[in-house]
Design a protein around this ligand. Structure first.
Ligand code: TMP
Length: 202
């Protein structure tokens, strides 16, 4: 099973991935927890280019290409081999982040995103995608508190960007009802964990 976790900044994805991985492992299920951009040494090198530096460092088109270069590497080296081995893959962000951040929020042409999704992700679409929905004012506050060090390029994009991002994720969920589940990320951690567990086993 391939499960992805999506949403804006400070929405609590990483905490939930950790809890779900622990629960699955305690039942003897092999799990690979990974993230994008990143997940491989080369993917992490691309990540460093994307998440640091000036907000205007890259155009949305360049960001799409960089994310897809990292994603191609990640799919071929980590995700597809793990799925073939029967492992459950939990991925912190995947293709929907490109559509939401670069497409809806950043105004990259959807034609480019659609083409890359088709050629690079192809049939390796997630089985389930959890979209963590949260007011960006709360999310950005939480993210600042967590202090991701230098990895704050997107946090500095401004509130209007993050509002378009939230709307974009909700639109993606509405267009992919069979795959996406919207999670209220303002709920307490244990409630969110239970909701996710129920969806997976439902
Ligand atoms: P993280 O903070 O959730 O680890 O993700 C790193 C940042 O990269 C986050 O601000 C979202 C952004 N991102 C994109 O803009 N497009 C993408 O395709 C991905 C995977 C992440």
């Amino acid at each position: 099973m391939f499960i992805t976790f999506e949403g804006g900044e400070g929405s609590g994805k990483s905490t939930q991935i950790k809890l779900l991985a622990e629960r699955l492992e305690s039942l003897g299920k092999p799990v690979v927890s990974t993230r994008e951009p990143g997940g491989t040494p080369d993917g992490e090198a691309v990540r460093a280019l994307l998440v640091t530096g000036e907000a205007g460092r890259w155009t949305a088109e360049a960001e799409t290409l960089l994310n897809y270069a990292a994603r191609d590497n990640h799919l071929n080296k980590i995700i597809r081999p793990a799925l073939i081995n029967g492992q459950t893959v939990l991925c912190d962000r995947f293709m929907d982040s490109t559509r939401a951040y670069q497409g809806y929020a950043g105004a990259c042409t959807f034609h480019l995103i659609d083409e890359l999704e088709l050629s690079i992700v192809g049939a390796t679409k997630p089985d389930i995608t959890f979209i963590f929905d949260l007011d960006p004012i709360i999310g950005l506050k939480r993210a600042t508190k967590q202090g991701k060090g230098k990895e704050d390029r997107y946090e500095r994009m401004g509130l209007a960007f993050h509002q378009r991002l939230r709307d974009g994720f909700l639109e993606i969920a509405a267009h992919n009802l069979e795959r996406c589940r919207v999670i209220n990320a303002a709920d307490p951690i244990d409630i969110v964990a239970r909701t996710i567990w129920n969806h997976i086993n439902g």
